[in-house]
Design a protein around this ligand. Sequence first.
Ligand code: KIV
Length: 317
Amino acid sequence: MIAAPSNKGVTEPGLRLSPLVFLFYFCILRRISLKASKVSIPELLKKKQLGEPITMLTAYDFPMAKQIDESGVDLILVGDSLGMVVLGYNSTLPVTMEDMLHHAKAVSRAVKRALIIGDMPFMSYQVSTEKAVENAGRFLKEAGCDAIKLEGGKNVVDKIKAIVRAGIPVMGHIGLTPQSATALGGYKVQGKDLESAKSLIEDAISICEAGVFSIVLECVPDELAKIITKKVSVPTIGIGAGPYCDGQVLVTNDLLGLYEKFIPSFVKRYINLAPEIKKALASYVTEVKEREFPSEQYCFKASKELIKALKDWENQN
Ligand code: KIV
């Protein structure tokens, strides 16, 4: 028998949804749209115009990228800091394109909402514009990133223009650029005198004109970051650059207390996970040694029939 169509739950013409029902559907739709929609570059520009801070964190693997994405950050950078905080190198210089792609693929498998940026490693863009475009393209084509980041100011304008012409969004990075730390005299605050401050302002304007959609400002005095942020039309994302930038980025392993070798003074540790992890691992080792683990709760029990059959078999063999 075919049931007659029911009018239950259907709003009659002229009838209004009650405010509570409306709020319920609004919240559901908002949740769906927050979950499903990927952060876009125009949204970032809008945030700058509205003065809404942009959030960015680094990620290098699937489980952490998933947690970070679900925290609601706008941007996830697969940074070449990978070399130091995950691969155990003393600098970012040894990181290769293959290292970056391997980790970027894991990150992009986990991320649904944040815009993913692949960091161009040392010597993947410096040699020629052709190489720069080719390697930038690999981040999008092979690793599922949405954009790339590269370090440098006026000196990389030709590379930025070529990559942008190829349809790949580029994030700039000026101030302390770790790939040229040796040339800069170490991991030091940049733009501390008028000459170098003016040079950084010029760098920011040049790369903005070359087409970057955003600029990372690393380790510069806050008042200089304020001027740069006012002078460029694209969002600035600060790391050790004070509160006047349009957004902030930190290396996730630093803020979680997972990188113990060194902690820059501009990093706020929101939790200190390394000692907690050590404690948990030491408990595991002790419990195994003392035969406390695995207790019954963690075992698969054999059926009575199987126990009897095994005993019979043992007796015969
Ligand atoms: O590699 C990285 O993590 C970075 C951030 C510090 C911006 O470049």
